[in-house]
Each structure stands twice: as structure tokens, then as C-alpha cells.
Write a protein that binds this ligand. Structure first.
Ligand code: MEV
Length: 438
């Protein structure tokens, strides 16, 4: 039976586990064993993970794989990917190899501006508010100096603050809309600290602004928070080659492949049902690298999907064309990433992942992540428009089915061999296991 508990966060880790297994599990010994099985034997390392969040009871593993042979702007990378989906790393590696032999990926960062807003309510004349804002704008920036001075030393900081009238959407609603350059930091803490300081200065100064009426002096700040929509923090990645170079073997007609591939992209550009799945495939690559490098994949997801809807209809993040016999395939996405701060200097695997990527700047990481998304989409569309997705997907999924049936190493060897020449489906695998075991 479920029951509530007060003061749970104050209990020791072992008491928390006791309460959980006693409350929710019929076999509490087994539940406890599973939880403890995933603890790290190095106490210090375990403590580091315990302290990332509140109420940690164990660790949750995801495989960390690598996709080698990514040639990006003429530099070779092996890309770390943290993901559970069987076929993703294999698909990325295949696409990387394919494009390495055709000149590789070209990527460029188009902009790096991030955004934060102070949302507030003001009852009075917009003209007086504008006057007030222009009078105190420099003070807003000045009061944030203790927060911004280090970032400024490195060439970043506050770019601008604008006053925005939103009273057409909600009566009395206005914003301070601020833009920031956060260099190699993702910048969430920096931006939020600046915004909270702006809000404080804004309220305090309003109280003593002599041109305000008594009611105008009472500015009501609703909240101060960065935006994860970063359409001005954009990266573009591209591949191109003569259509005739698109063949890998004689079974595939290059012209037909190129035509179908572009049609598949065009469909995702106009059809939201397809666009969502198309972009999900892109995010398979993007999230895996974002996670491996200790970045916030929820922020990236939210921002990317908002960008995919920027014209009012959800659409493809990638585009493709054939002009004068040249096939071109590209992606343009907003990515707010960091290579300093956050988990990047804390999580040993994140540090390792960044070192594997030649310790990239945030801009370089944006390029790598965009390329991982483009490669993933290339691999998916190539399968979808030729063999169908299930062939490759089920081949990779075979091991999961075998593990589900607790196949021995010998059984695995036999069945992997068998399915080299047979189609993998769940029922075909079950049948084959039963046959061996009989
Ligand atoms: C599966 O995780 C991703 C795909 O569905 C993407 C796509 O359809 O483009 C294969």
C-alpha cells in the first residue's frame, strides 16, 4: 500500500531505501539488492553522484558508446553518445564513415546570443515606463557588475536590455527582454542571476522615480528567468557531394536514391506528423551527445522543437536539395551548450567525453552536436527510403531480445549467425531460441 511520508529528504540514504522497499515492494530484499547493485564501489565517486540531486537512492546507467570517423571541418572526431536505443550509435557510425569518404561535414556557428526576461506587471502610462527605463537602463547594467565582471573579462556579458510592451496580450504585462553572450558556459545560472538583479534594481528604482504616480511606483515582478528558446544561438551543419557519388554498392541507383531522399525531406517539411518523427530521429543523435557531454538535453529539446515551429507549423529541422548534379543536405538548429561550468568539471565521464572531443569550445560543441543530428537523420532517411527501417533496427535489437530470454553466449553466437541471413522479428527470434533449446 502507498503511504505519504514527511521529512523524507532528511532521512539517511539507507533509511530512504528501507522506507521505499518496505512500502512498495513485496520482495523487499530483492528490491534492495537491485538498488545497491548499481552503487559505485568507490565511495567518493558514489557520494559525488548522490550529491547531484536530492533523494538519490542509486545510479541509473545508460550505455556510453562512441561513433568514430566523424570528419568535421577537416578534423576527425570520435563522438561520445549516451543512449539506450539499440541502432543509434551504429547508424551514426555508418553515416560518419559514408561522409568521411565524401569530404566530411562542414559546420558553422551562425550566432551565439542567449535570452532572458523579467516579466512584470505595471499599471500606468507606457510613456512614463519608457522614460523610467531609459533613465535607469545603465544602472540595471551597473548593479549587475559583480555578476558580470568575470564574464566581461573573457569577452562576454550583457549585450542589451530592451523594454517590451506585452499589454496587448495581457493587460499591464511588460518585459525586460535581455540578451547575453555567455561564451563557453551554457549560462543558465549567469543569466538568471543577472535577471534577478535587474528585477531588484528595477523595483527599487521605481519606488523613488519622481515622474511616477504612487500606483506606477508599485512594479509587480512576476518572475525572472532565461528563455530556452534561443533562435539567435544557431548552428548550421551540411554535407554535399555529386549525386553520382551517393552510391555505395551496385544495388542502389544514385539518382533514384537522391530523388527519394529529397522527397522524404520535403514531406517532413510540409507534414507535421512526419516532421515530428523525422526530428525525433535527429534528436536521437543530438540528445545522446548533449547527455554525454553533461549538457541539459531538456533545454535543448524544448528550444529545438520551438524552432521547428517558428513559422507557425511544426516542420523539419533538416533540408535537402539537388542542383546541377550536386546533392546537398543540411540542418540549422538552435543549441545553447556549455563546455565549462555545470557537470562539465564534476562528472568524470563528462570530463572524459569532452577530452575525447579535443576539449571543444561551446561553439565547437555546437557544431559537433549539429553534425550528430544531421548524420542520424541521414542514416534514418537512407534506411527508410531504401531497405526500410526495420532491417537495421531489428538487427541491433536482436541482442535485447536474446537477453530478454537469457540466452547463453553459445546460443547468442548461433542465433546472431542465423540472423545474418534471416529477417529479425520478435517472433522469429523466439521461434529460433525455442528450436535450439528443444
Ligand atoms: C527511431 O528512433 C527514429 C526514426 O523513426 C526516425 C525517422 O523516422 O526518421 C527512424
Amino acid at each position: 500500500m502507498s503511504k505519504s511520508i514527511s521529512g523524507f529528504s532528511k532521512l539517511s540514504k539507507s533509511k530512504k531505501i528501507d522506507w521505499i522497499v518496505d512500502t512498495y515492494f513485496s520482495n523487499n530484499k530483492n528490491a534492495k539488492h537491485i538498488l545497491k547493485q548499481y552503487w559505485n564501489s568507490d565511495d567518493k565517486l558514489q557520494q559525488l553522484h548522490d550529491e547531484f540531486i536530492e533523494n538519490t537512492i542509486t545510479n541509473y546507467y545508460l550505455p556510453l558508446g562512441v561513433a568514430p570517423n566523424f570528419l568535421i571541418n577537416d578534423k576527425l572526431y570520435t563522438i561520445p553518445m549516451a543512449i539506450e536505443e539499440s541502432s543509434v550509435v551504429a547508424a551514426a557510425s555508418k553515416a560518419a564513415k559514408f561522409w568521411m569518404d565524401r569530404g566530411g561535414f562542414k559546420a558553422e556557428v551562425l550566432s551565439t546570443t542567449k535570452i532572458g526576461q523579467v516579466h512584470f506587471m505595471f499599471q500606468g502610462s507606457f510613456e512614463s515606463l519608457k522614460n523610467f527605463f531609459s533613465t535607469i537602463k545603465s544602472k540595471l547594467i551597473e548593479d549587475a557588475k559583480p555578476i558580470t565582471k568575470n564574464m566581461e573579462k573573457r569577452g562576454g556579458g550583457i549585450i542589451d536590455i530592451e523594454l517590451r510592451d506585452k499589454s496587448h496580450d495581457i493587460e499591464g504585462y511588460y518585459q525586460l527582454h535581455a540578451t547575453f553572450e555567455t561564451l563557453d558556459a551554457m549560462g543558465a545560472n549567469f543569466i538568471n542571476s543577472c535577471l534577478e538583479q535587474f528585477a531588484k534594481t528595477f523595483k527599487e528604482e521605481a519606488l523613488v522615480f519622481k515622474d511616477f504616480s504612487e500606483s506606477e511606483k508599485q512594479i509587480d515582478v512576476v518572475m525572472s528567468i532565461l528563455s530556452n528558446y534561443v533562435p539567435e544561438c544557431l548552428v548550421r551543419a551540411e554535407v554535399s557531394c555529386p549525386v553520382t557519388d551517393l552510391t555505395e554498392n551496385d544495388n542502389m541507383n544514385a539518382d533514384e536514391f537522391a530523388r527519394k531522399f529529397v522527397q522524404a525531406v520535403n514531406i517532413a517539411e510540409v507534414e507535421p506528423y512526419r516532421a515530428v518523427t523525422h526530428n525525433k530521429g535527429i534528436m536521437n543523435g543530438i540528445d545522446a551527445v548533449v547527455l554525454a557531454t553533461g549538457n541539459d538535453f531538456r533545454a535543448v529539446e524544448a528550444g529545438v522543437h520551438a524552432y521547428a515551429s517558428k513559422k507557425g507549423k511544426y516542420s523539419s529541422l533538416t533540408h535537402a536539395s539537388i542542383n546541377d548534379g550536386i546533392f546537398k543536405f543540411w540542418i540549422e538548429i538552435p543549441l545553447a551548450l556549455g563546455t565549462v561550468g555545470g557537470l562539465t568539471s564534476l562528472h568524470p565521464l563528462v570530463k572524459l567525453a569532452l577530452e575525447l572531443l579535443h576539449k571543444p569550445t561551446a561553439k565547437e560543441l555546437m557544431q559537433i552536436v549539429a553534425v550528430a543530428g544531421l548524420a542520424q537523420n541521414f542514416a534514418a532517411l537512407r534506411s527508410l527510403t531504401t531497405t526500410g527501417i526495420q532491417e537495421g533496427h531489428m538487427k541491433m535489437h536482436l541482442m535485447n531480445i536474446l537477453n530478454q530470454f537469457e540466452a547463453t553466449n553459445k546460443e547468442k553466437e548461433l542465433l546472431v549467425n542465423h540472423f545474418k541471413t534471416h529477417t529479425v522479428t520478435h517472433s522469429a527470434v523466439v521461434e529460433a531460441i525455442e528450436k535450439i533449446r528443444a
